[in-house]
Design a protein around this ligand. Structure first.
Ligand SMILES: Cc1cc2nc3c(=O)[nH]c(=O)nc-3n(C[C@H](O)[C@H](O)[C@H](O)COP(=O)(O)OP(=O)(O)OC[C@H]3O[C@@H](n4cnc5c(N)ncnc54)[C@H](O)[C@@H]3O)c2cc1C
Length: 234
């Protein structure tokens, strides 16, 4: 029998690993952690702790990966159903705890986020395809970040306009409102929902290098091994 658990409450838990200079709180959906509300904070294993290939952790690269990425895959759960939606996004390492998304007011994802619903966000850079003389050792060179985030407050329209212009400049470096394109008029801004997600926790992971199969360093062995480079110059 499948048993559905409905969230009963939400709670805030202070984390022991602050992401930035300011202490922050970690938002937890009750359903992820426990069965009922408690007065005292609880401790749970960090959602962002790498369990597989922990040696590939690159937390110091998280900001650079987010700043270089083009697509964020945003995961949410609505009435027990998980969804993942690909989105363009804006990220500025000078405000490292904030990631911006935008879309129409009718967007389910944007409505979920704007109401404070939690999200998991993955950004991936694929740097190469790794081929091995052994099937098991075919792999991918990548850098990726997974963030756990939620919206804490609405943005006012001036900030939203600045974020949209900065986002355009991130995707198209040097492109400037008033010179290369018309800035968004109030009508367009009204039709656009820009949300600032506060990142509560993140993890960054990278795989680099060639194949690790047992015969991959034997040039005379049958078959072939190497890396198909897909990295883009930054
Ligand atoms: C690279 C990229 C960048 C994007 N950037 C933005 C952006 O910045 N802002 C924005 O609003 N939208 C963006 N989109 C479109 C976005 O993915 C959603 O389609 C859109 O935001 C509607 O979201 P929703 O939550 O209302 O989806 P709904 O229309 O409510 O989703 C209903 C169902 O439609 C399907 N679906 C939705 N989107 C997609 C999709 N992209 N591909 C395949 N199936 C889908 C899923 O099965 C989903 O469960 C982008 C898409 C891509 C691929």
């Amino acid at each position: 029998m499948v048993r559905t658990v409905k969230p009963l409450c939400r709670l805030f838990v202070t984390t022991t690993k602050p992401l930035g200079p300011e202490p922050h709180v970690r938002f937890m959906d009750q359903a992820t952690a426990w069965w009922g509300c408690r007065a005292a904070p609880i401790t749970t294993p960090s959602r962002a702790r790498l369990q597989r290939h922990a040696e590939r952790a690159v937390p110091e690269e998280a900001q650079a990966i987010l700043a270089a990425g083009l697509v964020a895959h945003v995961g949410l759960v609505e009435r027990g159903q998980p969804y993942v939606i690909p989105m363009a996004y804006h990220y500025d390492p000078t405000t490292p705890q904030t990631l911006y998304l935008h879309g129409g007011h009718a967007s389910r994802l944007l409505r979920h986020l704007a109401s404070g619903g939690p999200a998991a966000i993955a950004v991936t850079l694929v740097d190469g395809l790794v081929f091995s003389r052994t099937a098991l050792y075919h792999s991918v060179n990548y850098r990726s970040v997974v963030c756990f985030a939620h919206v804490t407050r609405p943005l006012d329209v001036e900030v939203a306009a600045r974020v949209l212009e900065a986002m355009i400049a991130r995707y198209f470096p040097g492109r400037t409102a008033g010179r290369d394109y018309d800035a968004a008029p109030p009508l367009h801004l009204d039709a656009t929902n820009v949300v600032a997600l506060e990142i509560e926790e993140w993890s960054a992971k990278a795989r680099r290098g060639g194949p690790l199969g047992p015969r991959d360093h034997e040039p005379d062995a049958p078959g072939s091994a190497g890396v198909l480079d897909l990295s883009t110059p930054s």
